[in-house]
Write a protein that binds this ligand. Structure first.
Ligand code: SAM
Length: 396
């Protein structure tokens, strides 16, 4: 990028492990990676928040911008970094960023300012997920928990944070929404015309979040607990928060023709007795003679067709370009911290690049990536079997 300092071009070596970790300033390191020719498929990160924490003494630490214009400078710096990241046209960038209160206790609107800054720089906002940490129900009970905030005359503002998904090309942005579908109620999910349940498959057994490839579309409010792994690092997010973005928007396989796409067919299913058809969410009322389509249309106030809703689910038939060799997508976390993004990326079969300003932090990130990678290696006995069979294959 114009005006950014250029050091030595960096090109990570993925031949023996699927990750590389760098100590340095995010902008400088990303510029060196760009000079080395790499292109990222996905970015998942949580930058330092504005005036929230101090991680060390380096003058390049982000979030410490001073003066009246500090918050604008902070946004500008972040947007410049995201703009400098070399990405493929199908890339997705997920950014978790918190708000801040000014000295008078009012909210500064940091996330909104950041969104506008990113949009002005040419990024498109595709999804705005609410990371709900503590939810208060009408009966006064709560789900989850969040940090207590001294809150005279206002609400505790720590109950949620935004998690934004930006893309550079809305038409080409890669996604696999099956990866984050909500499992269906097995009591109402049968093969058409039968009471044989449709089998549901998780996206991956490695995920903490429960998913079903055959499930229904998820919403943009995710209740996820805060991290329990951030010992000695105050701002780690949780693995469950980053699983869905990586599964859903970082291609697992990329061929010379681009990322493989899931090939789906839409299959009709039965919801069980008296639940085979819906009109505006009202089951079988037309069939029972209680209502006509017109009366339901009038009752609902909706002007659209009032046609019967046919229940369908997506079934995976395969992937495009399955005959072509593929490499896995690369996830970048330019503010890698304890390596949460890296651990999840490796677990889900992607490659990972992590950056952080502080060496003690990157050592920890590297170790977490290494531990995750070692867990995925086959046992020595399996390795012997594998090399036996590859030798057999070579001699056949
Ligand atoms: C919110 S934390 C990230 C936490 C991470 N998501 C995790 O789960 O551990 C932000 C990180 O950005 C790092 N940081 C601050 N300024 C930086 C800079 N200029 N370049 C790279 N990293 C920076 C901090 O050291 C800190 O570890």
């Amino acid at each position: 990028m114009k005006g950014t300092p250029l050091g030595t071009p960096l090109s990570p070596d993925f031949s023996t492990k699927p990750y590389a970790v760098y100590t340095g300033d995010a902008l400088e390191t990303v510029s060196d990676l760009a000079a080395g020719g790499i292109k990222f498929d996905c970015v998942v990160t949580s930058p330092p928040y504005f005036h929230q924490r101090k991680y060390g003494e380096d003058g390049k630490e982000i979030g410490q911008e001073k003066g009246k214009n500090g918050v604008n400078l902070f946004i500008e710096t972040l947007v410049t970094i995201f703009k400098a990241i070399p990405v493929n046209p199908w890339a997705n960038l997920w950014i978790n960023i918190g708000n801040k209160r000014g000295p008078d206790g009012t909210l500064m609107g940091v996330p909104s300012r950041f969104v506008i800054g990113m949009q002005d720089a040419g990024f498109y906002l595709m999804d705005d997920v609410v990371w709900a940490k503590e939810v208060v129900l009408v009966d006064g009970t709560t789900v989850g928990h969040c940090m207590i905030e001294p809150a005279n005359g206002r609400l505790n503002g720590n109950g949620w944070e935004p998690f934004y998904r930006f893309v550079i090309n809305p038409k080409r942005a890669w996604s696999d929404t099956c990866a984050v579908r909500i499992p269906r109620d097995a009591a109402h999910f049968f093969h058409e015309g039968t009471i044989n349940p449709v089998e549901q498959h998780p996206y991956s057994d490695e995920m903490g979040c429960v998913t079903s490839l055959e499930g229904r579309n998820t919403t943009n409010v995710w209740h996820v607990g805060t991290s329990r792994k951030g010992k000695n690092h105050f701002a780690a997010y949780s693995e469950e928060l980053v699983e869905r973005p990586i599964a859903m928007t970082c291609p697992q396989w990329i061929t010379e023709n681009g990322p493989r796409e899931r090939v789906l067919e839409q299959v009709v299913y039965s919801e069980g007795a008296r639940k085979s058809k819906r009109i505006f969410g009202q089951y079988s009322l037309v069939d029972s003679g209680q209502h006509t389509e017109e009366s339901l249309q009038k009752k609902s106030g909706r002007m659209d067709s009032a046609r019967h809703y046919i229940s369908r689910y997506p079934r995976t038939k395969g992937w495009t370009h399955e005959d072509k060799p593929a490499t896995s997508g690369i996830v970048l976390d330019p503010f890698g911290g304890t390596g949460t993004t890296g651990a999840v990326a490796i677990r889900l079969g992607r490659r990972f690049i992590g950056i952080d300003l502080y060496q003690d932090v990157t050592e920890r990130m590297e170790k977490r990536c290494q531990d995750e990678w070692e867990k995925r290696q086959p046992e020595p006995s399996q390795q012997i079997e594998r090399s036996d069979s590859s030798e057999r294959a070579a001699t056949n």
